[in-house]
Design a protein around this ligand. Sequence first.
Ligand code: F3S
Length: 390
Amino acid sequence: MKLTAEEKEMLAGKRGNAAKKSMEILVALGEIFGAKRLVPVTSVQVSGVSYANLGDAGLEFLEEMAKDGRARVYTTLNPAGMDLENWRALGIPEDFAKKQKMVIDAFAKMGIQTTCTCTPYFVGNRPKKGSNISWGESSAVTFANSVLGAKTNKEGGPSALAAAITGRTAEYGLLLEENRQAQAVVELKSELKDETDFGALGYLIGKRLGNRVPLITGVKKASEDQLKSLSAALPTYGGPAIFHISGITPNKTGVPAEKITLGQADFEQAKKDMNDAGEVDFVLLGCPHCSIGEIEKIAALLNGKKVKKEFWICAARPVKKEADKKGFSKPIEEAGAKFACDTCHAVAPLKGRFRCVMTNSAKGCFYGRGSNGFKMQLRTMKECVEEALK
Ligand code: F3S
């Protein structure tokens, strides 16, 4: 791989240990994937933030990097294992909280913005079309590639951190135009009505096309929240971290010859496949983290009512603050629902606390089942709120 003089200096350890270690990670990755060079990045999102996933070995690695590593580009974090302020109310154990705070402190020392969210594009980390970035969380990566038109591979925690410290990433995979082109047309014969339909679409494409890039046709309109839902479901169920929708997404692509069609029956089956039987004892919205528009809708649905089940709304802290200012948080909190900022059900230590979770997220179904062993049910936002009120 061809390195610039500055990159060679970093690799030789002349710019400190963290920069050296970071360059070693990037060069090793670049060589494995056949990259010819490193390219500058304008934005980073680091995953691997929850102490539940990092453990003591991960924490030690971060503290070592924090000794002399400093972020050179704007960097935010993926959700942590708890709400960093309100963790007691959400039942997080004290010893876990202590370790989680040490993880966040290490990132803060490196000059990283400690906003923990899978929707960084709602909180100021919103890259421009065509820019190279280094993001980690799969829904955010897919949204960035497909909806914003930025370019990123799905980075692991160490490689995204390495990008933050060096300001670079290896140029391979989805950074290259030829790997972003559509490989099969997905023709929709069924209208997509809500976020669960977009989630089911991601599920179906992942199952049918695997890692091949889809060009979806027949979508009349799609909101950012609906595209967020598709971005989350597609890579979760085996699809690539990029999609194109004719007339809606910004990237240029050729039209491939291969075509599959998806109709009403496919969507009904997909939703059945993602549902378990069980009595719901936990309702969760905000996977990926809620937009301000979604919080506004939840506020309207809960206004003047009282929830009877544990009900979490996951969001980035700055979005929750905006909701406070706009008066959306009050009816939600008065109804007894809880905001879970900085975290989500997949990375918080919730095993054994709940049996059956209802959510409007196809991705959330997969991870709730996989990470915490919950039974999962997929419904619309309105149906989820109604369940919480029962
Ligand atoms: Fe975000 Fe957690 Fe869902 S990281 S996409 S809320 S599983």
